[in-house]
Design a protein around this ligand. Structure first.
Ligand code: GLP
Length: 243
């Protein structure tokens, strides 16, 4: 697509089609949607909200699992992923808040929090569609370079490049950016029945080319998607500059 807005519309419509064609069954009552944060998915969320407001999409049969959350800032911090999701999506649609899941970076036992998250995904029947973004260093969720491609939900120390990247959200104060996060693993994403990646902007061009044209490797964790049976990458013109 030419622009970020067009990418957002395309993916928003695509997800709506999936949700609308989902038929609840007694053993699988909900469509299970995996969600990212970041600036890239914002146009997608805008489109989903528009479709909901037009009456063309309901989230009553949808359960969500977010990819990641910072450790070290409270959940009501303006830059927490909890705040981000409620502000940009959950408060604007008809989803039952009980059906939204986001890792708790303030949990007393972070290891247990990660194990419980994987168990909750399994109990929901697995993720039907995982929407993702990509970091400038090629990461998916917070699976920084060097992460195992069979990793599961766990604590990760953020790469310096990610901390620098995310500085803009913390008044450009490097010291204020959390150093750690809880994140689903690469394998958690790979287990989804379908993965859709939103990749926009010139600053993602190198990561996109490494992910698609490079080999599958743990220094560009999004490259694992080359082996996914049903993965779709939707990008704007700027992101394709290095292809
Ligand atoms: C963070 C998130 C990723 C996201 C990335 C890119 O690192 N954990 O899930 O893909 O940011 O963010 P943006 O879309 O703002 O470039």
């Amino acid at each position: 697509r030419d622009t970020k807005a067009q990418v957002g519309d395309y993916i928003g419509d695509y997800i709506a089609k999936r949700i609308n064609s989902f038929h609840p069954k007694p053993n699988r009552p909900y469509f299970v949607l995996g969600l990212p944060t970041g600036s890239s998915p914002l146009p997608v969320y805008k489109r989903l909200v528009e479709l909901h407001q037009k009456g063309a999409l309901s989230f009553k049969n949808v359960v969500t699992f977010n990819m990641d959350e910072y450790v070290g800032i409270p959940r009501d911090h303006p830059e927490s992923y909890h705040t981000f999701m409620f502000k940009n999506l959950f408060s604007l649609i008809d989803i039952d808040p009980k059906n939204t899941h986001i890792l708790d970076g303030e949990a007393e036992d972070l290891y247990k929090e990660c194990e419980d998250y994987e168990a909750a995904i399994r109990a929901a029947g697995g993720i039907d569609l995982f929407l993702g973004g990509i970091g400038a260093d090629g990461h998916i969720a917070f699976n920084e370079p060097g992460s195992s491609l069979v990793s599961r939900t766990r604590i990760k120390t953020l790469a310096y490049e990610t901390i620098l990247d995310n500085c803009r959200f913390f008044n450009n104060d490097l010291a204020a950016v959390p150093r750690m996060a809880l994140t689903v693993g690469v394998q958690t994403v790979m287990d989804a029945r379908e993965v859709v990646l939103v990749v926009t902007g010139q600053n993602k061009a190198l990561a996109l080319s490494q992910m698609i044209e490079g080999g599958v490797n743990h220094m560009v964790t999004a490259s694992a998607l080359q082996t996914h049976p049903w993965a779709l990458v939707v990008c704007d013109e700027d992101a394709t500059n290095e292809l």
